[in-house]
Design a protein around this ligand. Structure first.
Ligand code: NAD
Ligand code: ZN
Length: 254
């Protein structure tokens, strides 16, 4: 399908939808300069894979190292900020019901102005006390590697990033919210996820198993691509603004 035809087809599907779900992954934040899970880390972190750092075992063995990695990622996120893909999804959500179920922990959908967000893997800007489980928003100087490990202001215990690590359960409410939203949706967008990390990937499977149209936006095809109604081989920051523009053009032509 020619590019313009793909855009038209996506706009036709979304144009009649009142309730949309967007399932997003690391790819939507890639153009903010935040590496996806499968991309190489840089500098100090080049020798580590996220699978070696994002686990309870890694944290127990070396909390300084794991906190160092999360502080580095916070710095990248703060520097990168939202991109045109996040912004276009927020724009879509202003004229229709939109639930975003994201595997990202970067908080960039909220920063772009989206309201209804199910954070399946937590949020890197929050931390949780290992002793009393109280959650708080981070106030760590971003690039200060020498800063001491964060301490819970309520009980003095050590804290950890409030994200879901490999081997940990997802937040029940966020996952159930995503499942309900998919069941109620008129259209589902799957953007920038390899659909390989479970149980989050089961949401995209739920979507393709339903009768609801599914549009996938990803420059690389995934295991899901053959099963979706429209596979759009494009980056998020190109495709989503193109979609918004096509919808706007359709509205004004009416
Ligand atoms: P993933 O790394 O497995 O897959 C990323 C996908 O994005 C790939 O399919 C890739 O082709 C696609 N992609 C790359 N550039 C893109 C672009 N510009 N536009 C659209 N798509 C693009 O990531 P995942 O599927 O999200 O799952 C793995 C885990 O990654 C999750 O557990 C998540 O918590 C974690 N993660 C989150 C962040 C973040 O918060 N920004 C960053 C890295 C990893
Ligand atoms: Zn505490």
């Amino acid at each position: 399908m020619a590019v313009s035809e793909t855009i038209r087809e996506a706009a036709r599907i979304i144009g009649t939808a009142r309730r949309i779900v967007a399932l997003t992954g690391a790819g939507i934040s890639a153009e903010s300069g935040i590496p996806t899970f499968r991309e190489a880390q840089t500098g100090l972190w080049a020798e580590f894979s996220p699978q070696d750092l994002a686990t309870p075992e890694a944290f127990a063995a070396d909390p300084e190292r794991v906190w160092g990695w999360y502080r580095w990622r916070r710095t990248l996120i703060a520097r990168g900020g939202v991109n045109a893909g996040h912004t276009a999804l927020a724009t879509l959500g202003r004229t229709r019901e939109m639930v975003i179920a994201t595997q990202n922990v970067d908080g960039l959908h909220a920063a772009a102005g989206s309201i209804d967000i199910a954070e399946l893997h937590g949020n890197i800007w929050r931390e949780r006390c290992n002793r009393c489980a109280r959650e708080s928003v981070c106030d760590i100087a971003l690039e200060d590697d020498e800063a001491p490990l964060p301490i819970c202001t309520a009980c003095g215990g050590t804290t950890r990033p409030a994200v879901v690590w490999f081997g940990e359960a997802l937040p029940v409410n966020a996952f159930a919210r995503a499942q309900r939203a998919i069941a109620d949706a008129d259209c589902i967008l799957v953007v920038g996820t390899s659909n390989q990390v479970y149980p989050a990937a089961s949401l995209a499977e739920q979507a393709v198993a339903s009768a609801t149209p599914v549009i996938e936006i990803n420059p690389q095809p995934t295991g899901l691509s053959p099963a979706v109604d429209l596979y759009w081989a494009e980056t998020a920051s190109q495709a989503l603004p193109d979609l918004v523009a096509a919808l706007d053009a359709g509205e004004s032509a009416r």
